[in-house]
Design a binder for this molecule. Structure first.
Ligand SMILES: NC(=O)c1ccc[n+]([C@@H]2O[C@H](COP(=O)([O-])OP(=O)(O)OC[C@H]3O[C@@H](n4cnc5c(N)ncnc54)[C@H](O)[C@@H]3O)[C@@H](O)[C@H]2O)c1
Length: 415
């Protein structure tokens, strides 16, 4: 786990794009030495870039980067930068990820890594050719309750996994005058809620249960026009009254039937996954339910520190127990001393930063990788294709992921 370099040598951090995620990555890099002091990992915020003057200045003056720039290439050319966070809008990810790899910089890239499976694959190929370490912003993996769910599934407590149900429902665009940010334009974002939220849910299914092998999907766009928001201003939660309208080019909602890849003999898991960015009621209700022959469990991000668990098919007390994340679950003890005191979303990014920096330092590989992004992107692209063709679409297996591997016996799964 310890870095091979002297414990006092800080890892030089470069940041590309200083929006919501860029700010969060920065906080996370600063937190790692405090939250995980025994690792001997220290960080130095070297240089940040954003095409917006105000955001580049914010990075220098508020976030604490030594210097800032308007052109991201300066960050990649900076010899003091060892690792780079790529937090730009989706359309820039492939260009930036490939450039980072070619500059020999390990990178932590936000999801979806590319606008399509092909683009994500090109980033992965460049990273592999350069031999750099990669991590992807699949933060929900790190919630201690999710890590506990993974452990229960892996040790077989739920028996053979039979079916799953997931809903990633958000209301960030439920308001008809919600801003037309880059997320709604195909050239800038790629798909809509499929890449934005479904990709997270797909990654969780891969991480917990195993690779998805086939999908049949529907998609729909609820609001076809929205008021335009200039790049680098506001957030995608902004509401603009009386603004100039522009077209929404991608889907607000998608649902898919899935078969996991081990279903060849009809004994594998199947299920339904849904995502919406226009749901009224759910705020960020990102949920999954996983059912097995001996039990089931259920998680909801809005109650991130809780896990509903039911184990056993007999007796008078069959039903769910609410289990609170506690020091034995994942990295919970690094943030809170006892159950019932809540961790938050930002803490998940600290765990993600730690896993990335440990891998960069030659330690244990607990990080997600660009290949996990390829696997999720293949499912998203297959769902888009299925939405058009109205048929089932098979997904080719992805090599090099950190997906759960199900035992040949079909009982449980292992990490
Ligand atoms: N992991 C998660 O849960 C999560 C949550 C939100 C966003 N994201 C992802 O993070 C990425 C960024 O999203 P966000 O919400 O932070 O976006 P944002 O709109 O808040 O920020 C994007 C930033 O990129 C900058 N930018 C635009 N063009 C640039 C260029 N050529 N060079 C440098 N900077 C440029 C903009 O000025 C802006 O500051 C997206 O890929 C998104 O999908 C992930």
């Amino acid at each position: 786990m310890m870095r091979e370099t002297a414990a006092t040598t800080p890892i030089g951090v470069g940041l590309i794009s200083v929006g919501w995620m860029g700010q969060l990555h920065s906080k996370a890099y600063r937190a790692v030495p405090m939250v995980y002091p025994e690792l001997g990992i220290t960080t130095r915020l070297v240089q940040a870039a954003d095409s917006s003057d105000a955001r580049a200045a914010f990075a220098r003056d508020v976030l604490g980067y030594a210097t800032s720039a308007l052109d991201y290439r300066e960050v990649l050319a900076n010899p003091e930068v060892d690792v780079v966070s790529i937090c730009a809008p989706n359309f820039l990810h492939a260009e930036m990820g490939i450039a980072a790899a070619e500059a020999g910089k390990s990178f932590w890239i936000e999801k979806p890594a590319g606008r399509s499976a092909a683009e994500t694959g090109a980033i992965a190929a460049a990273a592999d050719a350069a031999g750099v370490v990669t991590s992807v912003g699949f933060n929900y993996r790190h919630a201690p309750a999710v890590e506990h769910a993974k452990k229960l599934i892996a040790e077989g407590s739920l028996g053979r996994i039979t079916n799953v149900r997931g809903t990633f429902f958000a209301d960030y665009s439920a308001e008809p005058h919600g801003a037309l940010s880059w997320r709604f334009t195909r050239a800038l974002a790629g798909s809509g809620v499929l890449g934005d939220l479904m990709g997270h849910l797909v990654d969780l299914m891969h991480y917990l249960v195993g690779p998805i092998g086939e999908v049949s999907a529907v998609t729909s766009t609820v609001y076809t026009q929205r008021p335009v928001l200039q790049m680098g201003q506001g957030t995608h939660f902004a509401v603009i009254e009386n603004g100039e309208l522009g077209p929404v080019e991608n889907e607000d909602y998608s649902a898919m039937l899935v078969r996991f890849a081990d279903d060849a003999e009809g004994s594998g898991a199947v299920g339904t996954l849904e995502a919406s960015r226009v749901a009224v009621g759910p705020r960020a209700r990102y949920t999954f339910e996983i059912y097995g022959t001996e039990g089931s469990l259920s998680w909801n991000f809005e109650r991130m520190n809780e896990l509903e668990v039911a184990i056993g098919r007999t007796g008078d007390h069959i039903g769910y127990t609410t289990v609170y994340a506690s020091p034995g679950f994942g990295d919970f003890s690094r943030f809170q001393p006892g159950a019932g005191t809540a961790m938050g979303y930002d803490d998940l990014k600290v765990i993600e930063a730690k896993k990335f920096l440990v891998a960069v330092s030659g330690g244990e590989r607990l990080n997600s990788t660009i290949h996990d992004a390829v696997a999720a992107a293949r499912v998203v692209s297959a769902a888009e294709e299925s939405g058009i063709s109205r048929g089932w679409v098979a997904i080719p297996p992805t090599v090099g992921t950190t997906a759960a591997v199900r035992e040949p016996s079909g009982v449980g799964s292992r990490a």
